[in-house]
Design a protein around this ligand. Sequence first.
Ligand code: PBG
Length: 326
Amino acid sequence: MAFPQHRLRRLRRTDRLREMVAETSLAAHHFIAPLFVKEGLARPVEIEAMPGQLQHTVSSLVEVCGGLAELGVPAVLLFGIPSRKDAEGTGAWDPDGIVQQAFRAVRAELGDRLVLIGDLCLCEYTDHGHCGILRGSAVDNDATLDVYARIAASYAEAGADWVAPSGMMDGQVGAIRRSLDTLGHQDVAVLAYAAKYASAFYGPFRQAAESTPRFGDRRGYQMDPSNVEEALREVRADVEEGADVVMVKPALPYLDVLSRVKAEFGLPTAAYHVSGEYAMLKAAAARGWIDEDLAMFEVLYAIRRAGADLILTYFARAAAERLRRG
Ligand code: PBG
């Protein structure tokens, strides 16, 4: 037999050939766009650490949502920034809260063309910036669950299709599921931030959402970056409590976790390409150090290849636009 027997380069010679043997697909329907809406804004405000992303008014949010739907992006994840914060984060379940207003406005304009998801947490709503109710300087898990259950009900009432608890309290998916079911919202799904790590890559987000903790950090409730077996336990718990979709967050530093979660559970699986991951690419591209589009697609393919069915990404719009142009 002449050497080499296999010439893998044969199928790499042209775009057509590469397309024919591509193992992973990427399309607008894989993306969920995270968006920020802030109470009391007169006009949208640029987020310095996340170039191209804005804190929206309700009306600019509706407009952006229309554009995303037009591009075939199926869903948005909303974060609200209230004008007033307090120790209990009461703005989060206010029927006229900023996210609730946003859900109603987007629904009125777009009907069922977009799946509306609410990030369910307290850190944007508490004056101390932690994700739950404090007892002393620690977050009280079970007291927080009662509040999460109220927020879920309030989001559902305002028209959310999915709620996405991101606070990493034990039992949060179960508490939310029970609350939704009791109130007749059986069809509202739970996208569980199942394996969410205490990550430095959330830095830009905290500027965007105005949710930096006033003291301490989130390592008492978010996961330690050294662990992967624990991530599987977190996911298992959420699955048993009724999660419809499970998420790993951040994405790139945790592709091993994502891959194992998809392989072990086989559930619809999402990965959150977070603010710091986005900011790094934008910063390097702005200096001409990397090609932004190529790097963006390479990252999105990597996340899909590792097992994500859905990618929460600030690149949703840019990638969908680029895919449309071909
Ligand atoms: C709220 C929440 C955070 C993110 C999503 N939901 C911040 C945090 O946990 O501090 C981060 C998203 C991003 O960085 O893009 N708990």
